[in-house]
Design a protein around this ligand. Structure first.
Ligand SMILES: NC(=O)c1ccc[n+]([C@@H]2O[C@H](COP(=O)([O-])OP(=O)(O)OC[C@H]3O[C@@H](n4cnc5c(N)ncnc54)[C@H](OP(=O)(O)O)[C@@H]3O)[C@@H](O)[C@H]2O)c1
Length: 394
């Protein structure tokens, strides 16, 4: 394993996240997950990421890493939890940090990350709380993630975050243009999460991929429509390159993340030991400049193809009645919000506000929610301007 140093923290360039423990990728096998964390430590992983919002993950992680706690970095996140409105107020942060320390069974958190936007609390108040926690030795550093770009900028200008957490893989590249420049400008480390593209870039999830009913990939736009088609084409190219290098596709995918400027860690979310070992095998792998350039040509081609098709899809979803299948209707609205934001057709603030109302409906996707889904469709129609003469149904 190779390690990267930024300011006062050195981390393994491949990190392991605990999102799976929240049930996001189906029902977790907790015993196996614990074995996976022990194995990760044995093969050199020193960066483990969790969150107060990942169910029981802090407690499970804290318990497994206890024998080697001081040899690793624990990163956790604050601001969003099941059933609680996003909150970044001073008092909430103090309470949440005390709770996280207890759950993790540790005296300090290496990296405490802002997880989600709370529009009610000024950034200066949140920063005051974080600075106090640093001065008390409860956290070693703080970082930001999942925030609108103007907020990330405000944190960088008013405070001194260690890191920006961003979704970054060959199939989700927007943060390269939007967030990596802040890393450079403000001397902040980049941590790229979902480095395997939620598994897509392993090449193990094709058109016939089936997920458990509670797996978020059933709703993730990356696994829907043209975005999935594009991601699979990119995965094919990664597989070809992997053959040339004598490695497996997911290793090229992780090496690609690590090749981006200012990235200190590619955060992966395997729950299986076998996947962990494959992912860790990417450490130290360097993709040649000429191959990186060829990949950029591929991305330009894919972006061009996607832009027009997605514009048509967004128009079609917004101008036709929603599907009578609530699952499909929900997925279509998520697709519009995420893709519309990626294409700068919807502002980030609007997307956050609509998502905050839409996401809780996922818990009960039956006929009783169809009118709420239709209201959200109406709201999106007022927020998204689809220009051009697109009228045909997709
Ligand atoms: N995803 C988010 O929205 C998010 C947001 C903020 C922070 N984070 C942090 O970043 C971490 C990494 O993100 P992520 O969990 O989305 O990472 P990811 O590795 O891109 O996605 C995890 C999924 O990919 C599969 N996978 C990983 N490696 C694989 C391999 N070699 N072969 C086949 N499948 C593989 C895993 O399957 P198995 O479980 O079967 O191994 C799991 O279902 C999270 O755990 C969390 O700590 C995530």
């Amino acid at each position: 394993m190779q390690y990267r140093l930024h300011k006062n923290l050195e981390v393994s360039e491949i990190g392991v996240g605990c999102y799976a423990l929240s049930g996001a990728y189906g029902s977790p096998d907790i015993d196996h997950f614990q074995d996976m964390v022990r194995r990760a430590y044995e093969i050199g992983v020193t960066f483990f990421d969790t969150a107060e919002g990942y169910g029981d993950a802090e407690r499970i992680l804290g318990n497994v890493v206890k024998p080697f706690r001081d040899e690793i970095c624990i990163a956790t996140k604050v601001g969003i939890r099941e059933g609680v409105k996003p909150n970044l107020s001073k008092n909430y942060i103090y309470e949440a940090c005390t709770r996280s320390l207890k759950q993790l069974d540790t005296d300090y958190i290496d990296l405490y990350q802002i997880h989600f936007d709370d529009p009610q609390t000024p950034v200066s108040e949140t920063l005051e709380a974080l600075d106090t926690l640093v001065s008390e030795g409860k956290i070693r550093a703080y970082g930001v993630g999942h925030l609108p770009i103007h907020q990330v900028k405000e944190y960088c200008e008013l405070g001194s975050p260690f890191s920006i957490l961003m979704e970054l893989s060959a199939v989700t590249r927007k943060s390269r243009e939007e967030l990596l420049p802040f890393c450079d400008a403000y001397d902040v480390a980049g941590i790229g999460f979902s480095a395997t593209g939620r598994g897509i870039l392993s090449g193990k999830y094709g058109h016939d991929a089936q997920f458990e009913s509670n797996d978020i990939r059933n709703h993730d736009p990356l696994f829907q429509r043209t975005r999935f088609e594009s991601a699979l084409r990119i995965t094919d190219q990664f597989a070809k390159l992997a053959e040339d290098y004598g490695v497996i596709p997911v290793q090229i995918a992780i090496a690609w993340v690590l090749a981006q400027p200012n990235i200190v860690c590619a955060l992966t979310g395997s729950s299986k030991i076998e996947h962990l070992e494959e992912n860790v095998g990417a450490s130290g792998l360097t993709i040649k400049r000429k191959d990186l350039e060829k990949l950029e040509d591929l991305f330009i081609k894919e972006d061009g193809l996607l832009a027009e098709k997605d514009r048509q899809i967004i128009h079609s979803i917004l101008s036709n009645p929603l599907s009578s299948d609530p699952n499909q209707a929900f997925n279509d609205l998520i697709y519009v919000i995420e893709t519309g934001t990626n294409m700068d057709m919807l502002s980030e603030d609007s997307a956050f506000s609509v998502l905050t109302d839409l996401w809780p409906l996922k818990k009960k996707l039956d006929g009783s929610n169809l009118s709420k889904l239709a209201d959200i469709q109406e709201r999106l129609k007022t927020l998204i301007q689809v220009t051009g003469p697109i009228s045909k149904k997709e």
